[in-house]
Design a protein around this ligand. Sequence first.
Ligand SMILES: [Zn+2]
Length: 333
Amino acid sequence: MTNYKEIGLVNTRAMFAKAVDGGYAIPAFNFNNMEQLQAIIMASAETNSPVILQVSKGARNYANQTLLRYMAEGAVEYAKELGQKKPEIVLHLDHGDSFELCKSCIEMGFSSVMIDGSALPYDENVALTRKVVDYAHQYDVTVEGELGVLAGVEDEVSAAESHYTKPEEVIDFVTKTGVDSLAISIGTSHGAYKFTPEQCTVDPQTGRLVPPPLAFDVLAAIEEKLPGFPIVLHGSSSVPQEDVDIINANGGALKQAVGIPEEQLRKAAKSAVCKINIDSDSRLAMTAAVRKALADKPAEFDPRKYLGPARDRMKELYKHKIVEVLGSDGKCE
Ligand SMILES: [Zn+2]
């Protein structure tokens, strides 16, 4: 058993309380390799932002659970080496789908877990979430639950249609489960194809797809039921067209990828939304940089020559999100 406190990590409790009060949101960036982790830590250390390192079940299988635990420990030391006095770094399980997986992550040094019972009938979601909370809280590990279903595909998580969270259920769910934060569905979506062209309008200037707005009325109704309670948004990549264009200009084939406009996320970050999950944008930044580097220099075969630019591009993306979208810069001691 590794307790996260021994390796310098923190849970989400204090950071969420501060974020809700301060009207900003904590970035939750998914990672599964070294360059991504370096970019996340460089960006958060340079902006003195708290950060949530997020690992899905698929990423854990990909990277190896033992290696991940030491990478997280290394991340804390690396942040200090970069000059951050008191790094606030969370290691979080994204979309835990069973009690056993959550337990195993807690034993391996995670400071926060998500148990996603959103696809289950309501009472089963409550029971499973309660079981995880009871276990996690013994170790002061925080738990994120989910109500409502997001559309889109993210590793093993996929759903054809979204169902908005029902505001009338949230008080009962939070009370019965004891969760520390709640992921809700208000129109964000997993992956790089968040909306079909039929769901979008077309910008007459650029010819690009404009997605439908988030359901801020649902968010407001939830906030009214649970004043000050930490709310989480999944599937909140913006799918920068610049990256999509670079990918497509260098041999890629991403057709009509579309994300959540940043001004909507900026608005959400000012509310009780205190954790915003971003994964696809980093995948796109990495792929754009790798494709371009390899296309520009076809004779290159040193991975550092294409993973280096990928790391730089991801770091710029993360800093942009922290400073320009979420507002979490300068929020560590
Ligand atoms: Zn998610």
